[in-house]
Design a protein around this ligand. Sequence first.
Ligand code: SF4
Length: 222
Amino acid sequence: MKRATPEIDRWKKDLWAKQAVKALQKNQFGAAYCPTREEAVKYIQDIVSDGTTVGIGGSMTAVELNLVEKLEEKGANVLNKEMVTPAPLPLDPEQIIPMVRKLFCSDLYIASANAITLNGYVLNVDGVGNRVASITIGPGKVVLIAGVNKIARNVEEAYHRLETIACPKNVKRYNLPNPCAKTGYCMDCKSPTRACRIYHLMKFKPMLTDITVLIVGEKLGY
Ligand code: SF4
């Protein structure tokens, strides 16, 4: 009997997500699989309470999950909620640097990942560096939420994903005049507005940190 396409899609998502979770755990990260976005939101709501201070790294995943509202429903204090938006934000150091320092001391920092490999590595590309810094050390706890679309077979494919999907789409989102906004793939530009400056690869959970990677069995973010 032929199986329906949605059933096959589910099989593939579950298979890769569970494989990535197992590998992340081997690499000493906390890791869990939420088949749906609703379950992911519940997971996040369950770890905050009244007064928990939360920072959110620039992420379309957070926007798509409506995380600010969901966290505030539980009484959490989202420190940078005005920055959780699909719209471009001005790169104003007067505003950003004090906020970065504040987020460093948050109870919980939530961000996405640009790619997760099947052997449990976590990759991100950053321009300012606040997101990768807060992921690496500082906040009391970090949760990285990644849709199953972020899973790559290996590091080579993860970089391919960054160069052909994550980075060009973010450049387009921020309306930057960089060549990838015309080609749809990375041209390794030397533009003054180059968005990709820090390539961050975590093979193992950094020492002295509490990082959980939440894989969601749906497409989320870029
Ligand atoms: S390095 Fe430049 S061309 Fe490549 S994705 Fe980043 S901004 Fe675009």
